[in-house]
Design a protein. Structure first.
Length: 344
């Protein structure tokens, strides 16, 4: 009964549809496995193949480089051998020229030489133009004695020719120094009359000028608050050229006044400090580096400026003569003050 019931169930449409679905699913799974297997195996095979081919290519390249090197060595050896060998030792001996025969070899005996004159060659005839050359006197510098002409055959000078000759004036003789050549190794000096005794004219001071680039604040130990001013005052002539103060004996006093501009234009500028220097101090201020002029170091003793710039007025007095200059100077560290050292 059971077997019969199973047989009847397997013949039913529902059973057959279920079996069909299972078969389809199994087929799809099996096909997927078949496709996935060769793909994995193909990628692994390609990797191994590429590695083997790369190794083979490297081996062939090494063999090629070694062959090129061996070929280059052989070419160098062949070139060295060919240079050492004599290129003329293996030349074939031809009947026309043998090693035992040369250009100066004597002709074979029994063969008479042909005389060109007997064969009708023209005989050279001397040119009449050159026949009298042997009778001509030798030229100067030829090493042969010249023919001295007879004085009686010379034409005497005419009277007008004698007047053209300058007469010899007694006492009109040039100095020997002007006639004799200079000695070897001695340089002739120019005549004393050509030497100029005039000294070059010194440029005279005309005005003062405050060097605002080199002037500035004087700071100690990199402090932000300036402790004074370093002023560079140059002296110039009427051509606006700097005057070298080392050529002058300075006897003048100097006054330096520093004022700070007021915040309001209607107010007057406030005077911060004033310095008066005597003639000896002024002479000590003279320096030539970095520029010629007075290098003045002024310390703030009364009060410090509140702004970043101050107005500087300088006056140099010597009796009734005065020179002055003005300028605006910043309180930042001066370039010249950073290298300033007191004169010892």
């Amino acid at each position: 009964m059971v077997l019969q019931w199973i047989r009847i169930g397997m013949q039913s449409p529902e059973w057959q549809r279920g079996v069909g679905r299972l078969s389809l699913v199994a087929g799809l799974l099996f096909g997927g496995l078949l496709m996935a297997g060769p793909g994995c195996r193909g990628r692994a095979y390609d990797s191994v193949y590429q590695a083997k081919m790369a190794q083979r290519i490297r081996k062939l390249e090494d063999e090629l480089y070694q062959s090129e090197y061996d070929n280059r060595v052989l070419r160098d050896q062949m070139g060295q051998v060919s240079e050492d060998e004599d290129p003329y030792q293996n030349l074939p001996q031809t009947p026309a020229f043998k090693a035992t025969e040369g250009v100066n070899s004597e002709p074979p005996a029994g063969v008479p030489l042909a005389d060109p004159i007997e064969q009708g060659a023209p005989v050279p005839v001397p040119d009449p133009k050159f026949q009298d050359l042997e009778n001509q006197p030798d030229q100067p510098g030829s090493g042969k004695p010249m023919v001295v002409p007879d004085p009686d055959m010379l034409e005497p000078p005419r009277p007008e020719q004698l007047q053209e000759i300058d007469p010899i004036v007694p006492g009109d003789v040039s100095p020997p120094a002007m006639l004799d050549p200079p000695s070897p190794g001695k340089i002739p000096l120019p005549p004393l009359g050509d030497a100029s005794d005039a000294m070059p004219e010194l440029s005279m001071p005309d005005h003062l000028e405050l060097h605002e680039t080199l002037s500035g604040g004087h700071h100690e130990d990199s402090d932000s608050v300036p402790e004074g001013l370093y002023l560079v005052i140059t002296v110039k002539d009427d051509q606006d050229e700097m005057v070298n103060l080392q050529n002058f004996d300075i006897d003048a006093s100097m006054t330096v006044v520093i004022t700070e501009p007021a915040a309001d234009e209607q107010q007057a500028a406030a005077e911060i400090a004033r310095w008066d220097f005597d003639a000896q101090q002024v002479r000590d201020f003279v320096r030539n580096s970095p520029v010629d002029g007075f290098h003045v170091l002024c310390d703030f003793r009364q009060q410090l400026p509140t702004g970043k710039k101050v107005q500087v007025d300088v006056r140099l007095s010597s009796g009734e003569e005065q020179m002055s200059c003005q300028g605006s100077v910043g309180l930042q560290q001066s370039i010249a003050a950073s290298k300033w050292l007191p004169r010892g």
